[in-house]
Design a protein around this ligand. Structure first.
Ligand code: SF4
Ligand code: SF4
Length: 354
């Protein structure tokens, strides 16, 4: 049985839903939402649950993940209660609650978040200082500065860390969702539909009136994916005897991925700076940090390529070190921050029978 908890809403307000108490439950937001349907009817239901403090019902509902934060409900709310921001705040709350050992808490409140980011960055810097070698000073050779062997071992450790936490947290999500009303028995066909339409094409963004976020969001997804494929190819050449031509392909894919990442990250950062609509007006510090890390990681990657090409010795090695620290920060925090949308949303779509 769910218990009413009147102070629950204060936690959600601190995560970005500042005006939600103004709601008088007219239902206009649900009527206007392009992604809401008869079965998954939001955001009003989530507003009621939040105001009543029905935490279990929120945790067992896929609806917060079915919202793409287009802001149409906020634009038309007669009370300016900003229901779109409530849905975003709920996703932040759920990310914290699903995280193993509540590790995500470290990233969401001011002081602990600052300390965590500083500690992670310090770990990255110490790793570089401990494991770098005397670089080639005649010609830029990044792998003379940080060895390939070290990069692959560090990559494997990070991969296991991310994989373990992502999988465990997905299981936590499945456990919660399976107790909710919106749960549908997962099918292979449903999974294929989610992967093809929502993961690879992200087509639900196009159902929003403002479709401008579709392409940049798609760029972010494909930017990451191409960089991941490029890393796997490079790993295959060095350790599993992939044909050497794979290395050229890896470079092309890596470069394309970096450009897509810069475009997507730059678009969203600029939009948040301008703060002209509901979507970008209520930015949480986790949004800024995620976007800045993303953009800086993409930028330093491309800058490294440029310095490499021009054989600018020290600028190249310093940029390489900064790039590695940024990538470390981004990856190690991935299962606990906004990045985790990438795993929670497809699963919620799948288990809600999308
Ligand atoms: S958030 Fe606004 S539109 Fe939605 S039910 Fe409340 S008052 Fe109505
Ligand atoms: S922000 Fe957009 S998708 Fe989300 S609940 Fe509001 S109208 Fe629906």
């Amino acid at each position: 049985m769910s218990l009413v908890n009147p102070v629950f809403i204060d936690k959600i307000k601190r995560l970005g839903a500042f005006d939600i108490n103004a709601c008088f439950s007219c239902g206009n937001c649900t009527a206007i939402c392009p992604l809401s349907d008869g079965e998954n009817s939001f955001p009003r239901r989530m507003i009621r649950y939040s105001l009543l403090g029905l935490e279990e019902k929120i945790l067992s509902s896929p609806e917060p993940w079915l919202c793409y934060y287009c802001g149409e409900c906020s634009d038309t709310c007669p009370r300016e209660a900003d229901p779109g921001s409530l849905m975003m705040a709920l996703r932040r709350y759920i990310t914290r609650k699903y995280s193993l050992g509540r590790l995500a808490d470290l990233f969401y409140s001011g002081l602990s978040s600052l300390t965590t980011w500083l500690l992670l960055t310090l770990m990255g810097v110490v790793g570089i200082l401990l494991f770098h070698s005397q670089p080639n000073l005649e010609k830029v050779e990044p792998l003379s500065f940080i060895s390939l062997d070290f990069l692959h071992k560090a990559g494997l450790v990070l991969g296991v860390f991310i994989g373990f936490f992502s999988l465990a947290q997905l299981l936590v999500m499945v456990r919660h969702l399976s107790m909710g009303k919106g749960y549908k028995r997962p099918t292979l066909r449903g999974l294929m539909r989610v992967l093809s339409r929502e993961v690879f094409l992200q087509s639900r963004f196009r159902e929003c009136e403002d479709r401008s976020r579709h392409l940049p969001h798609l760029s972010l997804f494909w930017g990451f994916s191409l960089l991941f494929i490029a890393t796997v190819l490079a790993f295959g050449v060095d350790f599993f005897g992939f044909p050497p031509a794979s290395k050229i392909l890896a470079r092309v894919l890596g470069l394309s991925g970096g450009i897509l990442l810069l475009y997507g990250g730059g678009y969203f950062l600029l939009r948040r700076f301008r703060a002209q609509d509901y979507y970008s007006r209520r930015s949480h510090h986790t949004d800024w940090i995620f976007l800045l890390l993303l953009l800086l990681a993409g930028f330093t990657g491309l800058l490294l390529d440029l310095f490499h090409l021009l054989n600018l010795i020290w600028p190249a090695y310093i940029t390489f070190a900064v790039h590695l620290v940024l990538v470390f920060d981004l990856l190690v925090s991935a299962p606990f921050t906004k990045f985790a949308h990438a795993i929670y949303r497809p699963l919620a779509l799948w288990l809600s029978g999308y």
